[in-house]
Design a protein around this ligand. Sequence first.
Ligand SMILES: Nc1nc2c(c(=O)[nH]1)N[C@H]1C(S)=C(S)[C@@H](COP(=O)(O)O)O[C@H]1N2
Ligand SMILES: [Mo]
Length: 362
Amino acid sequence: MWGKRHDMIVHEVEPFNSEPPRGALAGQLLTPVDTFYTRNHGKVPELDPAEWSLRVDGLVERPVTFSLSALRRRFPEHSEIAVLQCAGNRRADLLKVADIPGEAPWGPAATANARWTGVRLADVLRDAGLLPEATHVEFVGADVSPEVDPPELFGGSIPRRKALADEVLLAWAMNDEPLAPVHGAPVRVVVPGYIGARSVKWVNRITALAHSSHNFFQARTYRMLPPQAERSAGRRGEGFELGLIAVNSDVLEPDDGSRVTAGPVRVTGYAFAGGDRTIARVDVSTDGGRSWWQAELGEQLSQWSWRHWSTTVEVPVGSVEVVVRAWDSSAAVQPESAAGAWNPKGYANNSWARITLDGVAG
Ligand SMILES: Nc1nc2c(c(=O)[nH]1)N[C@H]1C(S)=C(S)[C@@H](COP(=O)(O)O)O[C@H]1N2
Ligand SMILES: [Mo]
């Protein structure tokens, strides 16, 4: 389906929501497109690139509309390697704490890394003349979500300072291939370091505002509600809006619950800092966090990339829990428990990664 590998874990067929088994993310720093998770709130719109246009309006001096060829001709091309991570990444571990009605049990693979190519949003905004009173920049896509009544196009905004940063792209290519329909063709926004929801796909309108977006997916969902809030939530303005991603990590190999030969076992995973921070260290423990050793960190491909890590765990005959926590360059560390991170919509679970390995005599 949608060009994805056959072993994807499909959370929903329509709208199409899927992530690969965690092990599929191991061993390569750029995630192949067929392995990259996809998160959709509505039907994938199939747009003709020749018909597509981008409107830039709101608090700008010169509202303007670009065709795809005009956009490509007018601004220099730029590439960034950046992670996309869904706010629902690792929700499955929050569901073990308490139910989260209506939200899919995403595992740790709603995170992936790609090389994105397009033009800088900042160049487009400068060309239109962003007015000083514009504090937020809103993106709207071409897809209508049945989750919203009355129906609304998918959208969201980011603060002015981020919108003018060099790394935010209007991208038409992913891993040097034309963007696939399910990933937002012909053009999507890529906002490195922010929750995936702000990287609006099938974008065709950019509006400069004096406030953050009133779109359903910013004002009503993708918000951090207090633990006792009504679970179905959805009251406008309740909780606080999500944007910057917090430090996180998980194990990629072996899978949780694997049977392995007792003795030294190679364990690998990813760590991602979010925001504009980078990964500083990854700790591993087999005694529930009383003592830790440090994993080896792999290459940092860009400021917006994840890092892979690896270590060797001495697995006894019987069962052992491996726990992992990453630290970022602001010295923030993942919190210990999923119970402490639990929230009514199940977003932003960055609690310690935990897998159990069953050692059998070799
Ligand atoms: N137009 C539009 N953009 C969207 C979405 C959507 O449903 N519609 N989903 C968002 C969410 S929640 C995430 S996590 C990312 C997922 O991007 P991907 O499907 O390319 O992996 O796209 C974001 N952009
Ligand atoms: Mo998401």
